[in-house]
Design a protein. Sequence first.
Length: 165
Amino acid sequence: MAAGSTYTPIATTTLGSNQSTISLSSIPSAYTDLVVVASVGSTIPTEAYVIRFNSDTGNNYSWTRLSGNGSAAASARSSNTSYISAFEIPSATDKGVQIIQLNNYSNTTTFKTALVRADAASYNAVAVVGLWRNTSAINSITISSSGTGNVVAGSTLTIYGILAA
């Protein structure tokens, strides 16, 4: 195993005001994988948030989501859609944690996969696997509300690069 830090911080964003969209851009292609760690709240309870790459709004995304709260479980999936359904944010104050892993994001010969895990104390634990059917390297990530809600001020996102071991 390589010596040194596994996760290299690339950028951190803390919102100064409520925003409907959070964009992480100018992502360098120097790593093999990316991890985005977020703690975001929403102005609307149980608002769903979606992910897109490189500003692509075409119907070339697919996703499968599993969720549960200890008493009940649910699943959903969609193919040929314009986003990856990532997570739901329970409230402005119960932000929870959202982790998005992007494997081989800089490879230009394969489609891109996203693994999303999210939870909050007052809501479901969620796991999502998503596919972006595009071989372009990911150089920007957009997280946005699927409805009318906004991500609240004080929400944070940090993107980490991971080098091949």
